[in-house]
Design a protein around this ligand. Sequence first.
Ligand code: SAM
Length: 269
Amino acid sequence: MMAGPGGVSPAGGGPARHIPVLLDEVLAALGAVEGKTVIDGTFGAGGYTAALLERGASVIAIDRDPEAVAAGRSLEARWAGKLRLVHGQFSELDIVAGEPVDAVVLDIGVSSMQLDEAERGFSFRQEGPLDMRMAKEGMSAADVVNRFQAGDLARIFGILGEEKHAGRIARMIEKRRKEKPFETTLDLANAIERLVGRNPRDKIHPATRVFQGLRIFVNDELGELARALFAAERVLKPGGRLAVVTFHSLEDRIVKRFLSARSGLSGGS
Ligand SMILES: C[S@@+](CC[C@H](N)C(=O)[O-])C[C@H]1O[C@@H](n2cnc3c(N)ncnc32)[C@H](O)[C@@H]1O
């Protein structure tokens, strides 16, 4: 497992990924890949996949975001026979692969493409619909914010966002939405800023952690990660390698616990 860059990006809800993060570290963790088959479970902008192909690997790449997959089709055409790009969830990476593989890599989080596009609703810095669905289907962030009881919202913000004002923010939302439902990113971000204020010394926007919690909940990111680790274990050949780049402590803990339990380094708790 590799540690992510840490902290929460000021850009909104997660790290911006124009340049593949920790690429050298990932390549070092995977070792020589020439002639090997690697699953890249988080294709994104294809940074990892391209580097693996250039080093002689065959790659099965997956992304749940239909826009990321559409943008990656030209890379797939360029590497015909070496790259298979699939629209799907990494929790099913063993089913997608359909055969044992030598390595699996996951780079968890939101991509710069998702963050930069206001219409996707991930960023509290740009006006857009309160959406946040990577797969563009299912319950949106607006559905959660406008329908869930304050207690459940507080748990989402507190547990998944690690937001210390979770209860106050949830109660404010419950009250405000009776007058007018929350529909846009800036509407929610500004309401949070008005409630909790902003210390000029704070490195992050006061809505950062609420947005993080909503994004993780809407996309079931922790459930996906846990299932992906088991799927990786099923699909890896003996001696195969798994590299996971995580961004915050909740993901980090899931990966560390899994690896120490399954590699026999702990009592299996
Ligand atoms: C941080 S980006 C990956 C960047 C990539 N390593 C690169 O070099 O361009 C994460 C990507 O994983 C995708 N993703 C997140 N959760 C996923 C899941 N459960 N299944 C498949 N793709 C997922 C997102 O849609 C996003 O495109």
